[in-house]
Design a protein around this ligand. Structure first.
Ligand code: FES
Length: 214
C-alpha cells in the first residue's frame, strides 16, 4: 500500500544577502565594543566568540546588517567574507528586519503531517503576511522553521525560540492575537517569552539592558 503526502512548499533559500546600514554610529559602536570585549574574554581565541557576537549585533539591529558583520570581523581579526560564511549558514541569524516576535512554524515532515502547514496558512491569513515577512506594525515576523527536535509535541510553534507545543490553527491564531494586543503568552516549557532583541542579547550571553540576569 502506498500513501501520498502533499507537503507545503520549501522555505525560500538561500535567502537574501546581508545588507542594511554599513556602519554604526560612534555611541552604538562604543557600547557594542564594550559588550564584545566581555564576550571575547571568555574564549581562549577571539575568533571562537563569533557566534555570540553575531547574536550581539542581532540584538542591536534586530537582524544581521553589513555594519554588524563588519563589526564582528573587526573585533575578531576575521575578514567580512569569513563572518558572512558563518552568518549565512545558521538560520537563527536573520538577514531581514525582524519583528518583536519571530513566530516560526515547524513544517518539517512530522509537524507538517500533524497540521503545521495548516497552521502556517492560518497565521498568514490572520496576519496578512506571507511566511518570511513582517506585519506592518513591526510586531510579528512569520516564517517556516526546520525541525527543532520536539517532534513528540508536533505540531510545534516557536516564538523567539521558545516552544509552544501541540498547536492547532486556532490556538496559534490566539497566540498571535495575544502578542498583537500586548499580552505575552507563556511558553509550554523553558524560559519566559521576551522580545526578539532581548532574546538575541541573552543568546549572546549578556544580561538584559535593564540590568537583570538572563
Ligand atoms: S518535525 Fe517539527 S519539531 Fe520535529
Amino acid at each position: 500500500m502506498s500513501v501520498d503526502l502533499v507537503l507545503g512548499p520549501r522555505p525560500e533559500e538561500p535567502g537574501p544577502p546581508i545588507g542594511g546600514p554599513q556602519a554604526y554610529h560612534a555611541d552604538a559602536h562604543g557600547r557594542l565594543a564594550a559588550d564584545a570585549a566581555t564576550i571575547i574574554a571568555r574564549y581562549p581565541h577571539p575568533r571562537s566568540a563569533l557566534l555570540p557576537l553575531l547574536h550581539l549585533v542581532q540584538s542591536e539591529d534586530g537582524y544581521l546588517t553589513t555594519a554588524g558583520v563588519r563589526f564582528c570581523a573587526h573585533q575578531l581579526g576575521l575578514t567580512d567574507a569569513e563572518v558572512n560564511a558563518v552568518a549565512t549558514f545558521y538560520s537563527m541569524y536573520r538577514r531581514t528586519p525582524t519583528g518583536d516576535y519571530l513566530v516560526g512554524v515547524c513544517t518539517n515532515t512530522l509537524c507538517a503531517v500533524m497540521g503545521g502547514d495548516a497552521i502556517v496558512e492560518a497565521l498568514a491569513t490572520e496576519l496578512g503576511v506571507d511566511p518570511g515577512h513582517t506585519t506592518g506594525d513591526g510586531r510579528i515576523t512569520l516564517e517556516h522553521i526546520e525541525c527543532n527536535a520536539a517532534c513528540d509535541y508536533a505540531p510545534v510553534v516557536m516564538i523567539n525560540w521558545e516552544f509552544f507545543d501541540n498547536q492547532t490553527p486556532s490556538s496559534a491564531k490566539q497566540l498571535v492575537h495575544d502578542l498583537r494586543n500586548g499580552h505575552t503568552p507563556t511558553p509550554t516549557r523553558g524560559a519566559p517569552l521576551c522580545p526578539f532583541r532581548d532574546t538575541a542579547r541573552t543568546l549572546a550571553g549578556l544580561p538584559s539592558r535593564g540590568g537583570g540576569g538572563s
